[in-house]
Design a protein around this ligand. Structure first.
Ligand SMILES: Cc1cc2nc3c(=O)[nH]c(=O)nc-3n(C[C@H](O)[C@H](O)[C@H](O)COP(=O)(O)OP(=O)(O)OC[C@H]3O[C@@H](n4cnc5c(N)ncnc54)[C@H](O)[C@@H]3O)c2cc1C
Length: 393
């Protein structure tokens, strides 16, 4: 018996299922997907069939149930079994998109609009959680991503429809997405003029203008998008008018940041494990690297930083699962884990020597993949500034 919420029977089974899936279906194919800069759709389907895409979503909307502790267990095990940040970002891009649709469906139910709620759930949420469709979130624009309140994509009402014009960039899964939750301006009033729309990518006027090439997360397709007189029906508007989009984004950003914190320390932990093993086997000057005090101290420091990041982020996941608002804590967890991860991946490459610099050696991939975590989902400086605001300063 254990009181550790991360080690209940159910969560141990989830850990084993994730580890097994990752070891069999993801890890052996990663290099091929990195070269192709794309993950095949069938992998989403297989993950959906295994119930893993639905972790953290209620069964009523097609999910597998669970909360942020379960999502943490899933992320940790995906990384510890040979997965990657890019694979996580791509396969779980719906994590930043469909919560806005589920909220909208819930609001419609309360307002008696069952048809509107069912449309969102049946058309997008359930197929995405089953792995039949792919969802993305489109907030960042070529003019800027940090300053969400001043985005420029515009939606104008036209009869019962909305007409959207504008552009987005750096959109994860944007090349393959069937639906993109798009942030667009419906009024000129800064943050309070931002709304969210479920945009079906089959509609005329939706264009993938470029598939972007990156430093890391290679297997995760990243798109530049354009909307040219894109007409969407009124049911596509997800947030209360006027401009409820910013509040919805801010609320769910907390979960995204917590999930990126988990990704960061899980990446660091994998690099610790790989480097301990490497230094045990690699001999220089007639002795294993691990026999050198300076190497052992390096490894202990890698472990210390990773443990601190994990312990804090896990504690915040527990508080989030208990229903506490953790806006500030998610920011602190992300910055802490990013700092730990950046340091650990660097030391991992260093201790692997030339092998650590070779393309698609696992630590080399983690080194490149890790760099985005301090930029995406809110850059570290922007997170620090937000923390000060949340502290009332
Ligand atoms: C691989 C990848 C995947 C992504 N996926 C998505 C996605 O799916 N959906 C989506 O909408 N976006 C996505 N993004 C965009 C990401 O969220 C933005 O890149 C991020 O928010 C930063 O915005 P920016 O790139 O426009 O940088 P800018 O806003 O131009 O900022 C540049 C840098 O300036 C610094 N900075 C900014 N503001 C301040 C300030 N006030 N004080 C001090 N320093 C500051 C930070 O260091 C920041 O990194 C992705 C980005 C990448 C690279």
């Amino acid at each position: 018996m254990t009181n550790d919420p991360f080690s209940t029977d159910e969560r141990r089974a989830l850990a084993a299922l994730t580890a097994d899936f990752t070891a069999k279906e993801i890890a052996p194919n990663l290099n091929e997907w990195e070269d192709a800069e794309l993950i095949p759709r069938e992998v989403h389907k297989a993950l959906g069939d295994a119930g893993l895409l639905g972790i953290g979503y209620p069964e009523e909307v097609g999910g597998s149930g669970g909360d942020s502790i379960d999502v943490t267990v899933l992320t940790e095990n995906l990384l510890s079994s040979g997965g990657s940040g890019g694979a996580f970002a791509s396969l779980f891009s719906h994590g930043i998109a469909i919560p806005h649709m589920i909220d909208a469906a819930n609001r419609r139910r309360v307002a008696g609009d069952n048809a509107g709620a069912d449309w969102l759930l049946d058309e997008y949420v359930r197929p995405v959680l089953a792995g039949d469709k792919i969802a993305a979130l489109g907030v960042t624009e070529p003019d800027g991503g940090s300053d969400v309140a001043h985005l420029r994509t515009r939606a104008i009402p036209d009869g019962d429809d909305w007409i959207i014009n504008g552009a987005k960039t750096y959109i994860t899964s944007g090349v393959r997405a069937d639906v993109v939750v798009v942030a667009a301006r419906t009024a000129d009033s800064g943050a309070s003029g931002v709304s969210l729309f479920a945009v079906d990518t089959s509609l005329p006027g939706f264009k993938v203008t470029r598939k972007l090439q990156k430093m890391g997360w290679d297997c995760s397709d990243t798109a530049e998008l354009a909307f040219v007189d894109l007409r969407v029906p009124s049911e596509a508007l997800l947030t209360p008018e006027p401009g409820g989009g910013f509040a919805s984004l801010s609320r769910h950003f907390a979960v995204e940041r917590l999930s990126l914190a988990t990704l960061a320390y899980a990446t660091a932990q994998r690099c610790v494990d790989l480097t301990v093993e490497w230094t045990r086997q690699r001999e220089t000057f007639g002795r294993p690297l691990l026999s050198r005090q300076v190497v052992r101290h390096d490894l202990v420091e890698m472990i210390r930083r990773t443990e601190v990041a994990r312990t804090y982020a896990r504690a915040i996941a527990v508080r989030h699962a208990a229903g506490e608002p953790v806006l500030l804590e998610a920011v602190l967890a992300k910055n802490t884990a990013v700092e730990a991860c950046d340091w650990v991946v660097d030391r991992a490459v260093q201790l692997h020597g030339g092998a650590g610099y070779m393309r698609n050696t696992e630590v080399e991939r983690h080194y490149r993949d890790a760099r985005i975590i301090g930029i995406g989902g809110g850059a570290t400086e922007v997170m620090t500034d937000l923390a000060a605001k949340l502290l009332g300063w």
